[in-house]
Structure formats: C-alpha cells, structure tokens
Design a protein around this ligand. Sequence first.
Ligand code: ASP
Length: 315
Amino acid sequence: MQKFTITIHGGAGTILKQDLTPQLEQLYLSGLQQAQDAGFAILENGGTALDAVVAAVVSLENNILFNAGKGSVFTKNGEHEMDAAVMEGKNLLAGAVAGVKNIANPVELALAVMQQSNHVFLSGQGAVEFAKQQNINMMPDDYFFSQFRYNQWQAVSNSDTYMLDHNISIAETILKDKKFGTVGAAACDKYGNIAAATSTGGMTNKQYNRIGDTPVIGSGTYANNNTCAISCTGHGEMFLRAVAAYDVSCLMEYKNLSLTDAMQIVVNEKLMKINGEGGMVGVDNAGNFAMIFNSEGMYRGVKSSDGTNEAAIYR
Ligand code: ASP
C-alpha cells in the first residue's frame, strides 16, 4: 500500500534548550503537532498532498509563534511583507507571491495564483489586487503585530543588520543568535502525488521589497513527482544562491541518490560551504521523509501512515 506522509517545519537556527522555557517549548511543540495533524487528517481522508501542505501551513501561519502570516517579522521600515509558494509534483504546477501585505494566509494566495491565474509568481501591489479579486482574507496591520518581534526589530532598526527570527531576547543575543521562523510542509498522498508549500515574513529589519528564497521555485520550495517535494528554512540569500530545493531534486534525478542522501549533501556540504545556515524538510513519492538542518535546531515534525508521529526542536 502507498505510504502517505506529511513533514513540516517552523524555522531553523540557533534554537537552544536553555533559550526556551518549558512552557514555550510546549507551545511550539503543540503548534507543530496541530499543523501536522491538520495536514495528515486530509491525507488520511483521501485528500491530496497539495491540500495537506496548504492546511498545515495555514495552521502555522495562524500561530503567532511562527514567522509567517500572523506574527510575521518587521521590515526595515516597520511593516510586514510576506512571501509564500506552493508547488505540486504531478504536473509541476506552482504559485508564489512575494512582498505581500495584509494577507492573512499568504499560502492561500500562492495557491490562488497557481489555480486561478495564468501566472506563477505575483508580487507587491499586483498580488494584493489579485487577492481582492479572489476574495482572499485580508487583515489590518495590527493583526500581524507581535510584541516580541517588535522588540527584536527595535533592537536592530537603527542599523543595517538584518536578522533571522525566533529570537526572544535582547539585542546582543539577537546579533549573535540566528533564528529563522519560516514555516513549510511537504507531503505525499495515497496516490503517490507529492507537494510542498512554504510561507514567511522573511527576516527582521530586511530592506523593504527584499525577497528571500521562500517564494522562489527551486530555491525555498520545489516538488516533482519523479523525485521529491522540499520546503526550506534558513538564510534565504544562501538558499537562493544554492538553488537549494531543486538541487536535492537534481541529485535524486541525475545521480539516483535517495532523498536523505541528496538532502545531506545540499544541507551539510553545499550550503555549509557558503555559510548557508538552515535546513529543510521533504518527502519522496514513496512517502519517505527527511528533515535535515545544519543549525542548532529546527522546529519540525512528521506524521505518516506507518505510525510515525513526532515533533522536535533541538538537534
Ligand atoms: N528563508 C527565509 C528568508 O530568507 C527566512 C527563514 O527561513 O526564516 O526569508
């Protein structure tokens, strides 16, 4: 029988046990569990991998702890600009949005771009206009506000430093700790189809209109039924330069590597060589999964029809 599986992430980085209180740790773990349950329920009921990854990412976007949708980080000029992408592996269909504001669930807008437009990638005002036409849920600025991300931004807002997410403490810690809070999912359904989705607020104090790897098909997000579905998190500039997600697919396609072996090479060799801190989660078309990171930690989880069901944070 075809194994079906969903794997998710909520960001990678210098996430150390001593930085999280037991209560906060519990909140993160239950947020992850909730998201993978939402995706897995769809797979179990015969739904598609595409619907499962979107449901899991929506759940994480709605959770203020993660840097996507509600709780997104602040740009250099104090706004929230979000990126998201979705891709399905059967027909290589993809949809993505970059730099969108006031969209409650950017992954749903990316899905609408894929399914309701004849484009793949929309940005800025054009994306927001399209969202209105599609009746995508819009929210005022304060919906996206979180005090701890505001504090993070305040600590670096007078500098040219841009930084990664999941920091919970003061400026010096922020500058030495790098934490990434993008969310994403990859799934394989009962029919052997695979899909991936990723969503992010990007990096704190990023230049406005900066676009990371998340919405760039092949860098932060990729899916191909012949190889794998991948969602990345980490320092986006390096993931862009490494074309990280597609590189895993290429190693599988052209070198016949397994998902795990291909991901190891990309995360622990190729990205490491260019100081590309972060990680990724993925599945292949047999429902096997991999969750690999070169940082101290990665919020992650997996649930499969073979009984696997776990959420984890640290190495
Ligand atoms: N990759 C994201 C970006 O560069 C950041 C993250 O993963 O948290 O926008």
